[in-house]
Design a protein around this ligand. Structure first.
Ligand code: AMP
Length: 379
């Protein structure tokens, strides 16, 4: 590995995927180097810093990775808490291992959010087939059975449309600890991203509206259109409470369901988030830069939006570059991953000064990178 990257790395990032890569690119602009810890050296992060490879229970490699770092952070909420606690003996870890612990178990997370006053869907712990039958009796169907741990992008969950479908869902997921959630008809999905500095100062990005397909984020619009001030205030109250309770340093995202004017909190991500990728071009300071600033104890940058933005994920197959780059104010990001169905390969952020112009440009981007989405909405 390049000696310079070894010498000047100051931030250690657990995980070397695209989120780590984009954090490192923001850090690089401030002459801060990053080092990644990954199970494979063929990670997107390898293009922008040194990758230390090892498993997350390899204490020796973890210590070697953290040696000399000013701070350690992570791009993935399923980093084992024990690994984060071990590293905290060598360098400060932000966000705190406690944030990881809460976010990586859906049941602990929902209890935590409820205790802080946030509304959620009805849910129940499911540790056996009897629990599942009882929970379905109490909650009704449709319901979603989810693994408590290690689910992401819609993985590890099964819809139970009627009580008769419970057995099939149990057969699929029953060997893990589970949570059953009421399946709600969501008006739209919103997320809030905020950053908290080491001095306790907080910056909030505008709310984002996101569209998911099969549990995976496809399109985000920022600022989210038609959000009542009371909803913005409520989302900020929720995130501020989480930040304060966890004495959190760094970027945090909370995903919510907008239910005709009330918010149900779905989950939190103790890291930079896909619904914040638009901030690279669409905000005064990107979520990636603000995360690096926060964890290094530096002043935060403005979280104000610069115009209107839309972000479209590139999933599974790569688009023709010319088709994307010909769209006015469209910005292409490719993570260097090889195409595979369902895999996030990159994203495009497109900006505009007015809503109708943004709609047109967004549709042009979707036509170039995900035409099946337009077919789904009949456009
Ligand atoms: P999650 O894995 O919890 O982030 O869920 C992924 C996506 O599935 C969410 O963004 C929603 O689109 C959908 N979803 C998850 N939970 C529910 C629920 N209880 N009711 C309706 N839709 C849900």
């Amino acid at each position: 590995m390049d000696n310079r990257a070894m010498r000047d790395a100051r931030v250690g990032i657990l995980g070397g995927g695209q989120l780590a890569q984009m954090m490192a690119m923001a850090a690089r602009a401030m002459d801060v180097g990053c080092r990644f810890y990954e199970t494979s050296s063929a990670a997107p992060g390898a293009t922008v810093g040194e990758v230390v490879t090892g498993s997350f229970d390899d204490r020796e490699s973890l210590r070697r990775f953290a040696a000399g770092m000013d701070v350690v952070t992570y791009e993935w909420e399923n980093v084992p808490v024990d690994a984060a606690r071990l590293l905290a003996e060598t360098a400060p870890v932000h966000p705190s291992p406690r944030a990881l612990e809460v976010a990586q178990d859906r049941l602990v997370e929902k209890d935590f959010l409820r205790d802080l006053g946030a509304a959620t869907v009805a849910y129940a712990a499911v540790d056996g087939e009897d629990d599942l039958a009882r929970a379905i009796d109490a909650m009704g169907t449709p319901a979603l059975l989810k693994t408590r741990r290690l689910g992401y992008d819609g993985k590890g969950q099964m819809l139970i449309p009627t009580p008769a479908d419970a057995g099939a869902a149990w057969a699929q997921l029953g060997d893990s600890p589970l949570i059953l959630e009421q399946y709600v008809a969501v008006d739209r999905e919103l997320s809030i991203i905020a950053v908290r500095g080491a001095d306790g100062s907080i910056g909030h990005y505008p709310l984002v509206e996101s569209r998911h397909e099969a549990g995976i984020l496809r399109v985000s619009t920022a600022p989210a259109p038609n959000v009542a001030p009371a909803i913005v205030a409520l989302a900020r109250t929720h995130i501020d409470r989480v930040l304060a309770t966890l004495d959190y340093v760094g970027v945090l995202a909370i995903e919510m369901f907008d239910m005709g004017g009330t918010l149900l909190v779905n989950e939190m991500a103790p890291r930079v988030h896909n619904s914040g990728h638009w901030t690279i071009e669409g905000a005064a300071t990107s979520q990636f830069e603000n995360h690096i600033r926060a964890i290094l104890g530096l002043p935060l940058g403005s979280t104000d939006a610069a115009g209107l933005s839309c972000m479209v994920n590139i999933i599974g197959t790569l688009p023709r570059l010319e088709a994307v780059l010909a769209i006015p104010d469209a910005h292409l990001h490719l993570y260097g991953k090889s195409p595979r169905p369902g895999r996030k390969l990159g994203h495009v952020t497109v900006r505009a000064a007015a809503a109708d112009e943004l709609d047109r440009r967004r549709d042009a981007v979707i036509r170039a990178v995900a035409p099946e989405l337009l077919a789904a909405t009949g456009r």
